[in-house]
Design a binder for this molecule. Sequence first.
Ligand code: DAH
Length: 357
Amino acid sequence: MDDLRQKYIDAIAGAADEAALEDLRVAALGKKGEISLQMRELGRMTPEDRQVMGPKLNALKDEINAALAARKAALGDAALEERLRAEWLDVTLPGRPRPRGTIHPVSQVTEEITAIFADMGFAVAEGPQIESDWFNFDALNIPPEHPARQEHDTFFMSRAAGDDRAPHVLRTHTSPVQIRAMQAQGAPIRVIAPGRVYRCDYDQTHTPMFHQVEGLAIDRDISMANLKWVLEEFCRAFFEVDGVELRFRASHFPFTEPSAEVDIRCSWEGGALKIGEGNDWMEILGSGMVHPKVLAAGGIDPDEWQGFAFGMGIDRLAMLKYGIPDLRAFFDSDLRWLRHYGFSALDMPTLHGGLSR
Ligand code: DAH
């Protein structure tokens, strides 16, 4: 019996896994196991022998059961240890999110502009990209024979043969949204209107589709001084440079009187554009006091109300702020370009959180 004991104790101690332990349990204590068979022999023994052998066999059976349980626990512990070692990770490391897409600079800059003007009380207005020529031109004091119509390189929609009404156009600027917003809301009003516009033009700084943002503020006593403050405030916030300097240059637009174009002070040293320093000026927007005829077209009485408007190119602002040299690449959908110039989808531009971190 000592040999039997030693054989199983050694085998159990050397068992490599739970399956081997189970085989040993069956071999020793299963129905036909070695120890079970011996226990069956007890019935045939003399009472004296049985008294000696019975307790011994029971003790052996208990000892083997205990050894099996101990080895099983040890194997479980070892497996857990091994797993903990293999699956080790540092839970104090910061997360590494891998966003799959980026926000296009046009979307980013539109959000930045919207955040800045929202802070000054401007709501966002919208209008259709396929526009009637009345909204795109006439209502903005650009009558049919006006030279400005030629300057706009307009895309015209086709009309059915025999339909001689004026064709609709792809809007050439966001200014028609001024008219739509005035008609919809009346005065007083304070809106911006970002969106797509279209002109038949294509080179390094022009694409047939591009983006503008229109601004309109109408009240009883709004003046050119308010326009100047709003635009200076906007440029300071947008370019994130304190020393931004603007120059208002007399100009002409059919829909404003008086009109001004706004230039921003900049330098071009070593091919790099810097805003707020240097001796160059870069034109960034058109603006002026809304023409009385435009107010009237929007259903607002020009004897009672007045205000300012402005329009600027969003793509142009993006190129200036983020140093992007070629406008055409904006719309090529080249993934390398998008990854390079794109913005994190999780950083929404806000005035308090930073516009362009
Ligand atoms: N609509 C003009 C353009 O596309 C830009 C513009 C100039 C808009 C002056 C305005 C403005 O609202 O007042 O060139």
